[in-house]
Ligand binder design. Structure first.
Ligand code: GAR
Length: 193
């Protein structure tokens, strides 16, 4: 019998990274392990819900607007993640700042579209692109109670070419994300084909 490894993926919007993770891992066999992805979103209108559904995976929705504080939303999220009994919690486009209610109980990793510690926050791609630097990139880091400040696990560079537009640069950022995040997850969970 294969050991089932469960990955909870938190997302808020388009969910292209979620889709990539489902395509790479869900119901796939890695040696004596098989992987289950459980998507969780804070937005009922998130496009990623349909992307996952098209691949046969239902998302858990916890609408943050139904909670009166960040802490009460985080408490519900923690309860859900404990129920799922996830081996790893991955934030992939999860556009929420989490409180200590979350960080004191859940170990998670986050995907961020810049070379941290540069360009923290929600506008990292645009700020990198406009910075005048000729290189940006992608980071995977541990989640702690600081904004995008946890221990860096892996990074990759993406060049910013002189003829790039924000859109062409962002497309390459996504391509880099679709490689670095599965690579990091496979390393953490010891998943080898
Ligand atoms: C990704 O580029 C991810 O790095 C970024 O949101 C995008 C989500 O895309 N995350 C952050 O900016 C977190 N601060 P997706 O929904 O298509 O996967």
């Amino acid at each position: 019998m294969a050991q089932v490894v469960t990955i909870a993926v938190l997302f808020s919007g388009k969910g292209t990274n979620l889709q990539n993770l489902i395509e790479r891992f869900h119901l796939k066999r890695f040696g004596d392990k098989s992987v289950k992805i459980v998507p969780v979103t804070n937005r009922p209108e998130a496009e990623g819900i349909d992307r996952a559904r098209a691949l046969g995976v239902e998302s858990i929705v916890i609408d943050h607007r139904a909670y009166e504080s960040r802490e009460s939303f985080d408490a519900e999220l923690v309860k859900t993640l404990k129920m799922i009994n996830a081996d790893l919690v991955v934030m992939a486009g999860f556009m929420r700042i989490v409180t200590e209610v979350f960080t004191s109980q859940i170990e998670a990793i986050n995907l961020h579209p810049s070379l941290l510690p540069l360009f923290k926050g929600a506008n990292a791609v645009k700020e990198s692109f406009q910075s005048g630097m000729r290189v940006g990139g992608v980071t995977v880091h541990k989640v702690d109670s600081t904004l995008d400040g946890g221990e860096i696990l892996d990074q990759t560079c993406v060049r910013i070419e002189r003829n790039d537009t924000l859109e062409s640069y962002e497309a390459r950022i996504h391509e880099a994300e679709y490689e670095i995040l599965p690579h990091c997850i496979a390393k953490i969970l010891n998943l080898h084909e």
